[in-house]
Write a protein that binds this ligand. Structure first.
Ligand SMILES: Nc1ncnc2c1ncn2[C@@H]1O[C@H](COP(=O)(O)OP(=O)(O)OP(=O)(O)O)[C@@H](O)[C@H]1O
Length: 253
């Protein structure tokens, strides 16, 4: 359904200096669904993800060509406010990276930066965000504790809550479970299933079982190219490209 497309990417290429890390990517990402990005190390998964909120702008010598339409507007246009873009498109990283401050202050950080000062309003946002991240019951009596005292899985859900606090539309997740044990991983996966009713999620994962479990669509990247993209079940059960088949059956990667 065309009206469900939130990102429409065309002819996207990215160069680090002279070296091309992404080559002519064409891809449409559906709203309120989970899209998984898979592929061997160095194929450009993280680079691609970072193109969706212009995090690559921070790397010196980067050149991006092509278009990334977010709800119809090219985010690489000159008039785009990158701070506003990153509010709408949040990022969760591989290693949980809470700020060295209390649980409450971590979640209130973004809203405060965006000008919300009222204590009652902040309390409300913190509770709502922690509830959405399935952390409220665990942490409601520890709001003043340091975020660094939480377990790795709790820290990662706190980072998700911190993203949700500024009411984004998209969550980009770069291997969000790679530092977590299976129980914490399954909590994050459950959480993603609940969040996709309201948010668009794009997840980079090395774990093909995870891609198969959580996502509606999967994109397979190889050496900066998008080799195959489609419905997750179809891609894993009946890959159309030999290279996809080789990768998912473990023949290389
Ligand atoms: N800041 C950078 N400067 C120069 N080259 C970079 C930079 N970041 C990534 N690259 C190169 O771009 C290519 C793609 O890297 P990227 O991190 O996107 O791959 P990946 O698929 O996410 O890898 P992994 O699964 O190992 O995290 C690699 O060859 C990498 O060395």
């Amino acid at each position: 359904m065309a009206d469900d497309v939130i990102f429409d990417i065309s002819d996207l290429s990215l160069y680090y200096g002279k070296s091309r890390a992404l080559a002519n990517i064409n891809m449409k990402i559906s709203a309120r669904s989970i899209t998984a990005i898979i592929g061997p190390s160095g194929c450009g998964k993280s680079t691609f993800l970072k193109c969706l909120d212009r995090m690559n702008d921070l790397v010196p010598g980067v050149k991006v060509t092509g278009k990334v339409l977010f709800k119809g507007k090219n985010i690489y246009d000159r008039d785009v406010d990158v701070v506003e873009l990153r509010k709408r498109v949040g990022m969760v990283f591989q290693k949980p990276n809470p700020f060295p401050m209390s649980v409450y202050d971590n979640v209130a950080y973004g809203p405060r930066v965006h000008g919300i000062k009222d204590k009652a309003r902040l309390d409300e946002i913190v509770e709502k965000s922690l509830r959405q991240a399935a952390l409220w019951d665990e942490l409601k009596d520890r709001l003043r504790d340091s975020a660094m005292s939480l377990s790795g899985g709790q820290q990662q859900r706190l980072c998700i809550a911190r993203c949700l606090a500024v009411e984004p539309e998209v969550l980009l997740m770069d291997e969000p479970c790679s530092a977590l044990d299976p129980i914490a991983t399954s909590k994050i996966e459950d959480l993603m299933q609940r969040l996709k009713e309201r948010y668009t999620i794009v997840i980079v994962t090395h774990n093909m079982q995870q891609a198969a479990r959580v996502s509606e669509k999967t994109a397979f990247f190889l050496m900066g190219e998008l080799i195959e993209y489609g419905e997750t079940r179809r891609l894993f059960e009946a890959p159309q490209d030999r290279r996809t088949e080789d990768y998912i059956t473990g023949r290389f990667g």
